[in-house]
Structures are given as structure tokens and as C-alpha cells.
Write a protein that binds this ligand. Structure first.
Ligand code: ADP
Ligand code: MG
Length: 281
């Protein structure tokens, strides 16, 4: 980084070594939003400052799951009505949420003036984050691919359902073939046993290794089927808060620890690079 760059980073308190992690899936309803919230909670408990970027375009469910009612979203920033720091919503613990399900699609075709304005805003954000967790939504739409590409780590959620396997694999394949993405972390959700999760992982790995040369899939862990999750959803409170002793909550803690222990792949570190990629500059 140049001297000017360093000064700017110091002034703006930007943490240059933020990890940008997309939580994604081929199929909807596999548990992405719950994973995002509870991994965020687990990392918060482990002392990390987490920003959730809710980029599930159709369904902004992070706020619903947390019982929040954000007044503003990224579209207000783009219209020049709000500063980026004014749209951040306080979640549980130290977690902040950037509501983006509305407006973020516009970020792919901004004017140069808008890009400069946003870049300035990002750089003057008051809070320092260790981790950005992005709820990308499901499928292989351009926006889902876009958020996966700009994140430097990708967690793909699978369940035991055959459609989750085929759709998740299809997503990995498109990211590999069209965007040259090679590193993926696999999280198996809603399963009966760890053995079952490992069987699912080895099925996906086998196919990926065979057809996608040089791909690297890591088993990040699994979250058991646990009725505490729908109960927490009904209460619109995070599982980690209402049922911290539940098997699923304990698994989220283990997955978060494993995630934080594993060094991120290359390209890690440049938060400004992330904002630049986000703005396509
Ligand atoms: N491990 C689990 N055990 C039991 N139910 C789960 C589990 N994970 C998710 N669910 C349920 O599945 C539904 C979909 O989860 P959600 O996080 O909204 O999925 P997505 O964001 O992928 O669409 C929720 O109603 C949630 O209660
Ligand atoms: Mg969701």
C-alpha cells in the first residue's frame, strides 16, 4: 500500500484484513439466512466484529429472522438520501447489518460519480470489522454469482435433499467454469449425523474432482437437524441467544471456530479491494 493509502486507512480506521465470506446455495430454503445469523453470533461471541450484508434480493430475511425493521437500505444511499453508515442496523451483540436486498442490484450499473461517492462513504465508515458475511440468496442468478465472486471465501450450504446436491453442484460448476473460482467450503445443514454429512460431502467431492480439474472443496462441518432452529425463527430471535445450549448452537460455535482457525485463501485482506469489486471500479 502507498503512504497515502496507509494514512487514509489509519484515518478511516479501516481494518485492512477483513474476511469477506459469502454464504450461498444452489437451492433455497436450505438454511443460508440462519447460518449467516448464527455464524455471525458465534464469531461475535469469539470477539470478532461482524457485518452482515443481506443481499438476498427477493427475500430480505435476515432482518425478519432478527425481528428488526430497517427503515433504510442501500437504495437510499444510491439515491443520495443517506450515508452508508446511517443505513447500518444494530443486530445482537456487536453485529451490524447492511440491508441490501433492495437497491443492491443497481450497484452493477452505477455512474462514475456514484461510484466515487460510494467509495468515499465506504472508506469513512465509522466501524472497524473483522468479517463481512454475505447472505447471497439462492440459485445461479447474476447477482448470486456476483456476490460469490467479490467475496474471497465461499461457504456453500447443502442438505441431504437430492435437489440441494444437484443445485449446489450446479452453482459450484458455474463459478468454476465462468469465473475461475476454485476454493469452496462445504457446510452440510439439517442432517441426522456427522457421518451422514461426511457421506454427502464425499459424494459432492467425488463428482467435483472428476469433472472440475483443480477444484478444492473443504468440509467446513455440519449443523444437525434441530427443532430449536424453527423455534428461534418463530420468536424472531437468534438461536445462539435463545437456545445457546442446543446441539445446533454448539455446532455453529464449532464451525465458527474452525472457520476462524483456517487461513483464508489468497487475495485476503484488502477491504478496499472488496468495495472496489462491489462497485465494479
Ligand atoms: N438445522 C436445521 N434444523 C431444523 N430446521 C432448520 C435447520 N436449518 C434451517 N431450518 C429451517 O429451514 C427453514 C429455511 O431456513 P432459511 O435459513 O430461511 O433458509 P434459506 O435462507 O436458505 O432460504 C427455516 O424455517 C428454518 O427453521
Ligand atoms: Mg434466506
Amino acid at each position: 500500500m502507498t503512504e497515502v493509502g496507509i494514512k487514509k486507512a489509519e484515518q478511516s480506521h479501516i481494518n485492512e484484513t477483513v474476511r469477506v465470506i459469502a454464504v450461498t446455495s444452489g437451492k433455497g430454503g436450505v438454511g443460508k439466512s440462519n447460518v449467516v445469523i448464527n455464524l455471525a453470533m458465534a464469531m461475535d461471541k469469539l470477539g470478532k466484529k461482524v457485518l452482515i450484508l443481506d443481499a438476498d434480493l427477493g427475500l430480505a430475511n435476515v432482518d425478519v429472522l432478527l425481528g428488526l425493521n430497517p427503515q433504510y437500505n442501500i437504495s437510499h444511499v444510491l439515491k443520495g438520501e443517506k450515508h452508508i453508515s446511517e443505513i447500518l442496523v444494530q443486530g445482537p451483540g456487536n453485529i451490524k447489518i447492511m440491508p441490501a436486498s433492495s437497491g443492491v442490484q443497481e450497484m452493477t450499473h452505477l455512474s462514475n460519480e456514484q461510484k466515487i461517492l460510494l467509495m468515499d462513504m465506504f472508506e469513512s465508515m465509522p466501524m472497524d470489522f473483522d468479517v463481512f458475511l454475505i447472505d447471497t440468496g439462492a440459485g445461479i442468478s447474476d447477482m448470486v454469482l456476483y456476490f460469490n465472486v467479490i467475496a474471497n471465501e465461499k461457504i456453500v450450504i447443502f442438505t441431504q435433499e437430492p435437489t440441494s446436491l444437484t443445485d449446489g453442484y450446479a452453482l459450484i460448476k458455474v463459478l468454476y467454469q465462468k469465473h475461475g473460482e476454485r476454493y469452496f467450503k462445504v457446510l452440510v445443514n439439517n442432517i441426522e449425523s456427522e457421518k451422514q454429512a461426511k457421506t454427502i460431502f464425499s459424494q459432492i467431492s467425488k463428482v467435483a474432482d472428476h469433472f472440475l480439474d483443480g477444484i478444492s472443496l473443504d468440509f467446513l462441518g455440519c449443523i444437525p437437524k434441530d427443532q430449536a432452529i424453527p423455534k428461534a425463527v418463530m420468536q424472531q430471535r437468534p438461536l445462539m441467544e435463545v437456545f445457546p445450549e442446543s446441539p445446533a448452537a454448539k455446532s455453529f460455535m464449532n464451525v465458527a471456530k474452525r472457520l476462524l482457525m483456517t487461513p483464508p485463501p489468497s487475495e485476503h485482506g484488502a477491504v478496499r479491494l472488496f468495495w472496489k469489486k462491489l462497485l465494479n471500479v
